[in-house]
Ligand binder design. Sequence first.
Ligand code: MD3
Ligand code: FE
Length: 206
Amino acid sequence: RERTEIAPGAVHVPGYLTLEQQRELVDACRGWASRMRHTKLPSGGVMSVQTVCLGWHWLPYRYSRTVDDIDGAPVEPFPDWLGQLGRDALATAYATPTPYAPDAALINFYDDAAKMGMHQDKEERSPAPVVSLSIGDTCVFRFGNTETRGKPYTDVELRSGDLFVFGGPSRFAYHGVPKVLAGTANPASGLTTGRLNLTLRETGLT
Ligand code: MD3
Ligand code: FE
């Protein structure tokens, strides 16, 4: 199948998920959706994306076993089937079996207006890759460099069913989502509007 390495360790696999797998993931995410929140930033801002976490709760800028910034409830468990999907995704992207034991998922929902600014993901204590799965509306994903928030960067469209893996030298690159392309979702994906992104991570925490 098609695999594009946009930078060392950063591999895009278009159409990785079947429509049936996309619908199953959307259904699972609907079960967690009542816990989706706009994360508050220490700057006083609020993220436009809505997020729910599994396994470990991410808050700026650490992980917790409890939803410390909302109600202190225990974080939802990270299901085994999602770890299996992550291992299959990594093996497909890197075209070689690679040990992978993700213990956290961040599930982000983007409405038409949501964006994510350029940032690095540095809260994990493991060098393992991040697996990203996209469903629903197409977005413009911006993949930058490890030195600065700005140029040089590469813009890539992520469509429903696409897999992206970020490992090796790409693991700590700046990245963001400057735009969601409204109205591009295929209803057969399970989403009629908006974009879902699941990222699987090894936190390296105990
Ligand atoms: C590159 N999410 O949750 S996925 C995030 O589409 C995040 O919701 C975006 O950035 C989204 O932190 C982008 C692609 C992605 C995720 C994690 C990465 C790219 C990454 C970690 C390191 C390098
Ligand atoms: Fe990120």
